[in-house]
Design a protein around this ligand. Structure first.
Ligand code: C2E
Ligand code: CA
Ligand code: CA
Ligand code: CA
Length: 278
């Protein structure tokens, strides 16, 4: 039994070492990517049904010489833990604004560019001025920008988060609640946040047409949001059946592989031109 326990301990230790090794590698990759311009953005179109307009959501990737293009699942957690998310987040914000300015300059009709914001960014005292300078430096209007935050931002310091979002909202920035329905907060908390849009999480959307619970949740989120005067966007729309159900429920906007995968900026331009022939 004694040697058994020792073996188990050694196994545990090896696992720990492997895990920490992976973290160190990931951290190194992120730093290296930031220093060498290997951070990239893809943009996924969001289709607004009534107006037939498109916004785009900026999604971050890291170019790795060996592994290719890394998805957020492979580095966001480490970035959050190490604080590197602050650097990545600011880079994403500035690049998304700069790209939006290029689209504006070329008269590519895009409603807004939407940027994911981590709780750690929002915690920063200077978050509002970071956003302001990104918008101003790109010579954009605040109404060109949307920020996506999750309900989890309410856990840390709800009051200060709400205050900062209110300031940005006052300036004209659109605020969206991301992954709606997956967090802990109840609607009674949510009403404290100034927001314009809710994004129904993919897990509910994928159940539409397949299980009644997902459909009921989606329907009630849409109805409730509407009664508050908020818009609803469904994410992860993959099938025509889901799209049809969502339209019937009067969901305001759709995002998902059915419409488009995340695209490079050049491909967004082609996508918009194609969707709106003049
Ligand atoms: P999210 O904000 O919920 O973004 C949606 C994710 O779903 C994206 O994954 C997108 O590529 C994927 N997706 C879109 N449509 C479909 C679909 O029809 N089917 C399926 N199966 N997936 C779809 P991605 O790009 O890998 O990003 C994952 C998460 O990483 C994001 O989830 C977001 O939480 C985070 N993230 C991405 N970019 C940033 C960023 O710049 N900053 C921060 N803080 N987080 C980011
Ligand atoms: Ca998002
Ligand atoms: Ca989401
Ligand atoms: Ca999600």
């Amino acid at each position: 039994a004694k040697s058994d326990g020792g073996g188990q301990y050694r196994y545990f230790e090896e696992e720990m070492n492997r895990a920490s090794q992976r973290r160190v590698t990931a951290e190194h990759r992120i730093r290296h990517a930031l220093e060498t311009d290997q951070v990239e953005l893809r943009y996924q179109p969001q289709w607004f049904v009534q107006s037939n307009e498109f916004s785009v959501e900026a999604l971050v990737r890291i170019r790795d010489s060996e592994a290719g293009l890394l998805l957020p699942a492979e580095f966001i957690d480490v970035a959050e833990d190490t604080g590197l998310i602050l650097d990545i987040g600011e880079w994403v914000l500035r690049e998304a604004c700069a790209q939006m300015a290029r689209w504006r300059l070329n008269q590519i009709g895009i409603k807004r560019v939407s940027v994911n914001v981590s709780g750690r960014q929002l915690e920063r005292m200077d978050f509002v001025s970071v956003v302001q300078s990104a918008v101003n430096d790109a010579k954009l209007d605040f109404t060109d920008l949307e920020l996506e935050v999750t309900e989890s931002i309410l856990i840390v310091d709800a009051e200060s988060a709400a205050r900062k979002l209110a300031q940005l909202s006052e300036l004209g920035v659109t605020i969206a609640i991301d992954d709606f329905g997956t967090g802990y907060s109840s609607l009674s908390y949510l009403h404290r946040l100034p927001f314009d849009l809710v994004k129904i999480d993919q897990q509910f959307v994928s159940g539409i047409g397949e299980n009644e619970a997902s459909e009921a949740i989606t329907r009630s989120v849409i109805d409730l949001a509407r009664s508050f005067g908020k818009q609803v966007i469904a994410e992860g729309v993959e099938t025509k059946a889901q799209l049809d159900h969502l339209r019937a429920m009067r969901c305001d906007a759709m995002q998902g592989f059915l419409l488009s995968r995340p695209l490079t900026a050049e491909k967004v331009t082609a996508f918009i031109k194609h969707s709106k022939p003049d």
